[in-house]
Ligand binder design. Structure first.
Ligand code: RB5
Length: 149
């Protein structure tokens, strides 16, 4: 699986810490920045990762900012993006099983690294259940199409 990963200055440390775990999970990643702790604007990096997921150039994405809220707002503007902000691994797992989430958003200033690693592991190891959940996702797609007309 190939993913795009991105963050703002509040997420750089956590991003760098989870890259080795991605390798261990056999996930190929492209880092869309930011790459240092100089203050920057999260929409610039959320946009790059969400665009890559929305266009299909990568399979999934990971975004990190301070609370995860800004990145979630940006990512969920993009067609076919289902970004899930997760602070614990149960929600990460459920976001895959039921919502087929394709961007994982982590709150770099809210959770510790061990929790982040547990979330990442669950999220990459869990597959979408389909069935009745697909019908619900189809309804979201219909709403998206109606609003974009
Ligand atoms: C940056 O200070 C902070 O606002 C950002 O990382 C994020 O938490 C926004 O939602």
């Amino acid at each position: 699986m190939k993913i795009a990963i991105g963050c703002d200055h509040a997420g750089v440390a956590m991003k760098n810490d989870i890259l080795p775990l991605l390798e261990a999970l056999d996930v190929e990643w492209e880092d869309f920045g930011t790459k240092d702790e100089e203050s920057c604007d999260y929409p610039d990096f959320g946009e790059k990762v969400a665009e890559a997921v929305s266009s299909g150039s990568v399979d999934r994405g990971v975004l990190i900012c301070g609370t995860g809220i800004g990145m979630s707002i940006v990512a969920n503007k993009f067609p076919d993006v289902r970004a899930a902000l997760c602070s614990e691994d149960y929600s990460a797992k459920m976001s895959r099983l039921h919502n087929n989430s394709n961007i994982l958003v982590l709150p770099g200033r809210v959770i510790n690294l061990d929790t982040a690693k547990a979330i990442v592991k669950s999220w990459f190891e869990t597959e979408f259940e389909g069935g009745r959940h697909q019908k619900r996702l189809d309804k979201i797609t219909s709403i998206e199409k109606r609003l974009n007309k």
